[in-house]
Design a protein around this ligand. Structure first.
Ligand SMILES: *Cc1c(COP(=O)(O)O)cnc(C)c1O
Length: 453
């Protein structure tokens, strides 16, 4: 008995345009500020680290932005990605809810991050850039950019958070296979890295520190730019292919979601699936519940402050208004490395402040339990990050069982967990613990927020 229900689109339905939610916001986003002057940053200042095309997308208010043909040519290798109805999970939960999921683990790097890596590599190449620097936490972003760099003929230099560098040798091998260079951060190759090491020789690193190292190098050389795998408007824009495809696939299924769910680290995969729907809602369409799920140990949206903050530890990046736990906060080493970031995408922060997004948080043990329940029913092992979304989905489906309501739930399965099996081994061996939210450390980090406005 095969109950797999799969909604596939053929290549010609690969989106031709990205959806830019800036066009539909009821109030515009707050401006990005220069880290030194704290005045609105100019395109020329941003061009030190980003290509021009990406900066234009960052501030654009055009609703549809064309996807360049060479980018579509690469994306079509795995896109449109499949949408599944999780019938076996529904049955296992004995729920009247209808559960659909978009599966982004089909990309060659195993997650949604390849969607923006390809686009960013294309724009850098088109503007004559030779080398891109970046950071990576769990390794998914570094893997995606390494893949994109090899496709477009760019050198890729990745600062990998030291704790992951040591824990996940296969992620490093993946990047190196594509010719990328991978350095454990903090390192002695940059002033920011050396400053951290002088103070904390045993530092296990953080995304904030790795970003400082990568930005520092990019700012030094004309042939080198920096790329970020989440948070910024252009990254979220590139991820909207997920939701745009899902809208067509849900139509094929003759369904419209009552709720859309995604996990949030910097916010890009959640934005990818939710923004096209939230946009419809803002233009007068269906009202949906959009649930952003984060780890309790790094609760940016649920416990952070909505304020201007730096994106990195050394304060080299521009200032964005966002929910933040403070740029000096180093989240504990839980196993969803991709969710260990102190800030949240400004667009998601703005929409949450306006009431369009419901944030919620879970601890890691309940998330692994949900991921395993999902894997047993659906046959796919989710990335530990995606387990947060799965936890919320199962909770909502169980609520439907209690109430008898048949809600339609759509979620983004942002990646597979094949490089994260050590985390599953630890969970199954009873070695994982729930980590508390470090209230004092966050209070200290928030006390150091820049005074602006
Ligand atoms: C990086 C990552 C995340 C978190 O980043 P977002 O920008 O919030 O999407 C979630 N899931 C997977 C599989 C990732 O690789």
């Amino acid at each position: 008995m095969n109950e797999t229900v799969k909604y596939l689109l053929d290549e010609q339905h690969l989106p031709r345009f990205w959806y830019n939610i800036n066009a539909d916001l009821p109030q515009p986003l707050d401006q990005i500020l220069h880290p030194g002057t704290q005045q609105p940053i100019t395109a020329d200042e941003l061009e030190v680290i980003f290509p021009r095309a990406v900066i234009e997308q960052e501030v654009s208010t055009e609703r549809e932005i064309e996807i360049p043909q060479p980018v579509r040519e690469v994306l079509r290798q795995w896109r449109p990605s499949p949408l599944y109805r999780a019938r076996r999970l529904e049955k296992a939960l004995n729920t009247p809810a209808k559960i659909f999921y978009k599966y982004e683990g089909v990309s060659p790097a195993g997650s949604h991050k390849a969607n923006t890596a390809i686009a960013q590599a294309f724009y850098n190449k088109a503007e004559g850039v030779k080398r891109i620097t970046t950071e990576t936490g769990a390794g998914q972003w570094g893997s995606s950019l390494a893949l994109a760099g090899s496709m477009f003929g760019l050198e890729i230099l990745v600062y990998m958070v030291k704790v992951s560098f040591n824990q996940k040798p296969y992620r490093r091998a993946f990047m190196e296979t594509f010719g990328a260079q991978c350095i454990a951060s903090p390192s002695d190759t940059t002033a920011s890295g050396r400053a951290i090491l002088a103070e904390h020789p045993d530092s296990s690193g953080s995304l904030g520190i790795a970003i400082s190292e990568a930005v520092e190098l990019a700012a030094q050389r004309d042939d080198t730019k920096y790329a970020l795998g989440s948070v910024l408007n252009h990254v979220l824009l590139h991820q909207t292919v997920i939701g745009l495809e899902a809208q067509k696939q849900m139509e094929m299924a003759d369904a419209y979601p009552d709720m859309v769910i995604g996990c949030t680290g910097g916010g890009s995969n959640f934005a990818g699936i939710a923004f096209p729907y939230i946009g419809e809602q803002m233009r007068g369409g269906h009202t949906i519940q959009s649930i952003a799920v984060e780890p309790s140990a790094c609760p940016t949206l649920t416990k952070g402050r909505f304020a201007y903050d730096f994106g990195d530890t050394a304060h080299l990046t521009p200032l964005c208004k966002m929910y933040t736990l403070g740029s000096t906060f180093v989240p504990p080493g839980f196993h969803a490395g991709g969710l260990r970031y102190h800030g949240m995408a400004p667009q998601i922060s703005h929409l949450a402040a306006l009431g369009y997004i419901d944030p919620r948080s879970y601890n890691q043990l309940e998330c692994f339990a949900a991921g395993i329940q999902f894997a047993k029913a659906e046959g796919i092992i989710p990335a530990p990050e995606a387990n947060h979304a799965v936890r919320a989905v199962i909770d909502e489906a169980e609520k439907c069982r209690e109430s008898g309501e048949s809600k339609t739930i759509l979620f983004n399965l942002s990646g597979h967990g094949h490089f994260d099996m050590q985390a599953y081994t630890d969970y199954l061996g009873g070695k994982l613990k729930d980590l508390d939210y470090a209230e004092n450390e966050v209070a200290m980090a928030l006390a150091g927020l820049p005074a602006i406005g």
